[in-house]
Design a protein around this ligand. Sequence first.
Ligand code: NAP
Ligand code: HSE
Length: 426
Amino acid sequence: MDNIKVAILGIGTVGTGTYKIIKNQKDEFPYKTGSNIEVSKILVRDKSKKREGIDENLITDSWEDIINDDSISIVIEVMGGIEPAKTYITEALKKGKSVVTANKDLIASYGGELLDLAKENKCDILFEAAVAGGIPIIRPLKECLASNKVEEVMGIVNGTTNFILSKMTDEGMEFDEALKLAQKLGYAEADPTADVEGYDAGRKIAIMASIAFNSRVKFDDVYTEGISNISAKDIKYAKELDCEIKLLGVASNTDDGIEARVHPMLIPNDHPLSGVKDSFNAVFVKGDSVGDTMFYGKGAGELPTASAIVGDVIDVARNIHFGCCGRIGCTCYKNLPIKTIDDIYSKYFVRLQIVDKSGVLASVLSVLGKNDVSIYQLMQKKKRDNNFAEIVLVTDKVKEKNLRDSIKELEDMPVVHKVSKVIRVY
Ligand code: NAP
Ligand code: HSE
């Protein structure tokens, strides 16, 4: 029986979950992989810190202890951030050690070069946990759905913002109140920027789009817009249109290039993603043969995320046992163009305040018409505010550049007091 030794880099939330699952599954590994799997070293920054339930003999604060230990064949990186994670992973791969990581920041920007390095060294680098935590999505895209031309991947891939929007929708909270609650309950971090501004979801969309469309999409290629300017009023009006507002990641493989974006979106109540509540995640994949598929579950947390990590460890252990590491490496064999946000087509919800006088609405509509922005739905709210009338309109599917040009023109019109909000509509 082989003994596969693994090192865990970082023993925080995901590292602790990983350690627990490897311990609990110990007796199952020989049947599942043909090998025993054990944690032989854990890298920390501060050795003096008390860590409940962790064997102190495994703790080291020296990376050299791990990289120079030839008995370690799998390195699990769960420290997060770009450096030193990138250096450690690079060194591990160069030494022939396979890597399992949850690090979306790193994979979304440097995935291509790390996968190439893994291939050169006949190793695996697996990252199922980096997208939607415990939900299987990387392996389904790379393997189970490999027979498809994937047309679209769309989803709710950030639990923190989904929790905040759920509270705003179901309990009428404003953004700041819902964010405070999310922080109190441990969903949102003290600095919530990466979640609320859509960067976390943008990294996940970059990774999924690269795999789904077999063409590299980096985080910088993804247009991101967060939820911090969504108000309870927007949500109330969305409800009147039979919609919910969700932070959606959307990646589409169109004839003239890849679209990859993260932004709030009105989604009809009868769409399955509108029912994804609280901190849950869900990913929709549309393939040319399979049609619509949906993956749903917990996108974060100690054990759900560690479930994906240990699943990857088991995969590597099987590859080691059968001598086939590097079996499935980089799948980006195309080089498709990536569209800018100006070139996408969408429906839009626009909320604006205009001077309450005859002819003003007609002048607003004429600006939209001139820019080829067609109206799908239009309402004037009953309550007038300081002599301004509030108009809410939904456009047909139009080019984003045309919509932006019209908004710019509207903002310059003396009869338009304010364009209060523009949100895309599914
Ligand atoms: P965490 O709780 O902050 O844990 C990170 C751990 O790594 C901390 O214990 C930290 O030590 C340690 N660390 C940082 N730099 C180190 C270094 N140079 N040397 C040794 N140890 C170091 O973070 P986490 O939530 O477990 O997240 C880990 C990774 O998983 C991140 O890439 C994250 O994006 C990803 N992820 C997390 C979740 C989730 O639900 N939490 C879900 C999906 C993916 P200190 O205690 O000294 O700071
Ligand atoms: N911060 C992320 C979320 C979890 O709220 O979903 C880690 O990817």
